[in-house]
Design a protein around this ligand. Structure first.
Ligand code: NI
Length: 257
């Protein structure tokens, strides 16, 4: 069985699950996990965390809800971490979130754009959070992103929107939501987008897949995401693992940095 790449897991934020055990089980199952940062402070924590385990990599970035933590020195801090730690392989999670709080939309956009331009400079991919902000997200990417591969994490748009993104070369990452009985939109996306643009993730500790609903999510459950996508596409888990891993290798060049 090919190894699997979990492109978005907050394994450092697990609460009821033992973190060591959670990572060891991903090692036993041959899973590489990429851990995003959330705030300007938390980039240091992620940097340390991913150095503890061989199969972890990381993103540095400031999440839309945390843009108020972004200062003049944040990009400098990120650059230093990227230069000193070869396991930092992308910028994330960054983006727009109009679901929780619309009061600082303009600041969210400004910091999103700054981080896109920084990723372009560093020549690193983008791991993007977009919630109820699909059109603005795509518009900003079209306008400002010159050379970074963009991934829409926990993709929550329609199949039509997914196709529009793919036309722009944007990758679609799907997680536990795809296993939910009522998630018809996510299932439709999973069943129909070209495999060349699909990535797997968990976004743990949130969004636990079936059959573990009610328990805390963890990175090893990415297997169940792959399984459900295989079922929806009427193919094997191995096919999904191979295709998504090849995509991730192309984007992240794990060992070439
Ligand atoms: Ni996340």
């Amino acid at each position: 069985m090919t190894y699997i790449v979990n492109t978005h897991s907050h394994a450092n934020m697990l609460k009821t699950t033992n973190i060591d055990e959670a990572i060891i089980s991903t090692q036993e199952e041959d899973i590489i996990t990429i851990v995003p940062s959330s705030s300007a402070q938390d980039i240091f924590e992620v940097d340390k965390f991913i150095q503890k385990y061989d199969n972890l990599y990381g993103y540095v970035g400031v999440f839309p809800e945390e843009v108020k933590t972004f200062t003049d020195k944040t990009l400098n801090d990120m650059e230093n971490l990227i230069k000193s730690n070869p396991k930092i392989i992308g910028i994330g999670e960054i983006g727009l979130d109009y679901y929780w709080d619309k009061s600082f939309k303009e600041l969210q956009k400004e910091i999103f754009i700054k981080q896109i331009e920084f990723a372009n400079q560093m020549n690193l991919p983008l791991n993007i959070h977009s919630r109820e902000a699909h059109l603005d997200t795509l518009e900003i990417l079209k306008k400002y992103n010159k050379n970074s591969t963009a991934i829409l994490h926990c993709f929550s748009g329609s199949l039509e929107f997914a196709k529009e993104c793919i036309k722009e070369g944007i990758y679609i990452a799907l997680g536990g939501v795809v296993t939910f009985k009522n998630a018809l939109k996510a299932k439709e996306v999973a069943a129909n987008i070209p495999l060349e643009y699909l990535l797997l993730e968990t976004d743990d500790p949130y969004l636990t897949p079936v059959p573990f609903r009610g328990k805390e999510n963890q990175p090893v459950y990415v297997k169940y995401v792959a399984q459900e996508i295989a079922r929806l596409r009427n193919t094997t888990d191995e096919t999904i693992a191979k295709a998504t891993t090849a995509n991730a290798e192309r984007i992240f060049k794990f060992n070439a940095k």
